[in-house]
Design a protein around this ligand. Structure first.
Ligand SMILES: Nc1ncnc2c1ncn2[C@@H]1O[C@H](COP(=O)(O)OP(=O)(O)OP(=O)(O)O)[C@@H](O)[C@H]1O
Length: 271
């Protein structure tokens, strides 16, 4: 983080004593968090801990149970990738990106359409997808599709990008491309990034802070503050071991969340 010196930057999102309960379950309680412009926050936690719901709360799709959430600026959203997204042969990459542009704000008629096309072209160029933007989505690789999804989120010129597991189903090469792309955007435009992920290692060099959710509890802090055995053991309420292996974090343990940690283990040693 350091060079970003986030504390002095404007806020893009403020949670104050925010609690979200769905039915009987409290996903998080009394969350106070200000996301600063240009900040990269990784949102971690086992399955069902409320990571996606946190993004949905920011998007205004789920109301808080109590507390407040204030947005300052526009949102960009890169949703979780679904296997059947790639079915489409009728939809071109360019069409997908165009969905991100709110037609009404560009006016109608030729001039409005031209501005809209320029906006879409600029977003496609920003993610390096110009060469394949006119191909049917169904013919594109997962990595290419993911870059177009990011382009869609950028058409709105967001102050914060909400990314829901944008690396899942990408190989290591494409993971790097996508992470570099997001990082370049925050460097060039001070766009904050809230990055939901099961696997911190691909983004580890860029993460300013971690928000770790477990079973209604959470910790917020730098990687060093949160990703250590003492803090995660306390958060999980069971023994968790965090080890650094060749610059990567390996998390072992965690209450009944074998998948998550198995995944971390795998990724921890395959590089
Ligand atoms: N509208 C809803 N009504 C009731 N329960 C819901 C609703 N939306 C989500 N949930 C539940 O809230 C919990 C948190 O879901 P969420 O998708 O936010 O978790 P997550 O941390 O993103 O999980 P994963 O890592 O599996 O994607 C889950 O148990 C889910 O079933």
């Amino acid at each position: 983080m350091s060079e970003h010196s986030a504390q002095h930057r404007p806020h893009v999102v403020d949670f104050t004593d925010a609690t979200l309960a769905l039915g009987e379950r409290t996903l998080w309680q009394e969350l106070t968090l200000s996301v600063h412009a240009g900040e990269f926050i990784a949102v971690l936690g086992p399955n069902g801990s409320g990571k996606t719901t946190l993004l949905r709360a920011i998007l205004g799709q789920v109301p808080l149970t109590s507390g407040s959430l204030t947005l300052h600026g526009r949102l960009g959203y890169v949703p979780q990738q679904h296997a059947d997204d790639s079915d489409s042969m009728a939809l071109r990459g360019r069409d997908l990106v165009g969905f991100g542009v709110d037609g009404a704000s560009w006016g109608i008629g030729w001039r409005g359409r031209r501005r809209r096309v320029r906006r879409v072209d600029a977003a496609i160029a920003e993610v390096g997808a110009t060469a394949y933007a006119d191909a049917p989505l169904g013919l594109l690789s997962g990595g290419e599709q993911q870059r177009l999804r990011i382009a869609q989120a950028l058409t709105n010129d967001p102050g914060i990008l909400l990314c829901d597991e944008p690396l899942s189903s990408l190989d290591l090469h494409n993971q790097r491309l996508v992470v570099d792309l997001l990082n370049a955007r925050r460097r060039s435009r001070d766009t904050a990034i809230l990055f939901v992920t099961h696997e911190i290692n691909p983004v580890l060099p860029y993460v300013d802070r971690v928000l770790y959710l477990v079973d209604g509890r959470f910790r917020i802090g730098t990687v060093a503050e949160v990703m250590n055995s003492a803090t995660l053991s306390e958060l999980y309420g069971s023994h968790v071991e965090v080890a650094e292996v060749a610059g990567r974090l390996v998390v072992i343990g965690g209450d009944g969340d074998g998948d998550h940690h198995h995944h971390c283990d795998e990724q921890g040693i395959d590089l």
